[in-house]
Design a protein around this ligand. Structure first.
Ligand SMILES: Nc1ncnc2c1ncn2[C@@H]1O[C@H](COP(=O)(O)OP(=O)(O)O)[C@@H](O)[C@H]1O
Ligand SMILES: [Mg+2]
Length: 261
């Protein structure tokens, strides 16, 4: 393996078939010959039409589904052979309603029986960075949608591992909150630099946030484009108004429109 490639996906095929052996089922071909790599500390977005297999792919990378052909390796380790810890966040915030924000955030540390005292020491600055100061003892239903997503992101951030898999984290937010969350995520990422694989169906979001955008075809999903975004960092909103940005958008739209049946 090339040491730089923290995520390496090679010729992955995934078919969902009915577990009942008496059902004559040809199976549903979800992923077809998917190959790509992500380098250490890169922010890569994966865009593609709904149902093309994005969430399926993330589940394979997270090691939650091992029924597939091909290889998924993280930090040089085949995930079928041994567990590689990753931070994984679903579109739904999945915060436990009966727990306070603080105890929701500390859940992954609790689950892995980590040193809560040690983590708590750095919590104050993280809580403030994630815009949650003063809300530590609130329950999730007392927070706005954006705050809940930030709490879920902080919880994801505290999971073990250098790789963050984010599955449409802002998909359910209104446009203004989504914009604020993008700006905030970009600032946090530019400071902390983790390897991020970010699933979205929003082209602007993908270009604005990423170092590289991977484009997926309709199901069975395969990678049909790999576009480096060469805007400098820090990213600022004005970039979204320029001709360079529109160039990226046009290329991506063209690729995605070709995927329609
Ligand atoms: N557990 C499952 N069993 C059978 N089919 C599934 C399962 N999960 C997803 N699929 C199917 O696989 C395809 C890809 O789904 P998904 O990965 O959720 O797409 P996306 O995240 O890109 O919208 C869809 O057609 C979906 O119905
Ligand atoms: Mg999905």
């Amino acid at each position: 393996m090339n040491k730089e490639n923290i995520i390496e996906i090679t010729h992955v095929n995934k078919v969902f078939s009915d577990p009942d052996p008496f059902v004559k089922d040809p199976g549903l071909n979800a992923l077809r010959n998917v190959s790509f790599t992500v380098r250490n500390n890169e922010f890569v977005s994966l865009v593609g039409p709904s149902g093309c297999g994005k969430s399926t792919l993330l589940k394979l990378i997270a090691g939650l589904d091992k029924e597939y052909e091909g290889t998924v390796s993280l930090c040089g380790v085949d995930v079928k052979e041994s567990r590689v810890p990753v931070s994984y966040m679903l579109q739904k915030d999945c915060l436990l309603p009966w727990r306070t924000i603080m105890s929701n955030i500390l859940l992954p540390v609790e689950v892995r029986k980590g040193d809560i005292k040690k983590v708590r020491q750095k919590m104050e600055s993280l809580i403030s960075e994630f815009g949650l100061s003063g809300f530590e003892n609130y329950r999730p239903n007392q927070l706005s949608g954006g705050m809940r997503q930030r709490a879920a992101l902080l919880r994801t951030y505290l999971m073990e591992g250098e790789i963050m898999l984010l599955d449409e984290p802002f998909g359910s937010l209104d446009e203004i909150t989504r914009m604020q969350m993008q700006d905030w995520l970009i600032r946090v990422w530019e400071k902390h630099k983790k390897t991020v694989l970010f699933v979205t169906h929003d082209i602007d979001e993908a270009v604005y946030l990423s170092d590289r955008v991977l484009v997926m075809s309709t199901r069975p999903g395969t990678i049909i484009g790999d576009i480096p975004v060469t805007f400098g960092r820090p990213r600022v909103r004005e970039m979204l108004l320029g001709t360079e940005f529109n160039g990226y958008k046009k290329r991506l739209l063209e690729m995605l429109s070709k995927t329609e049946d």
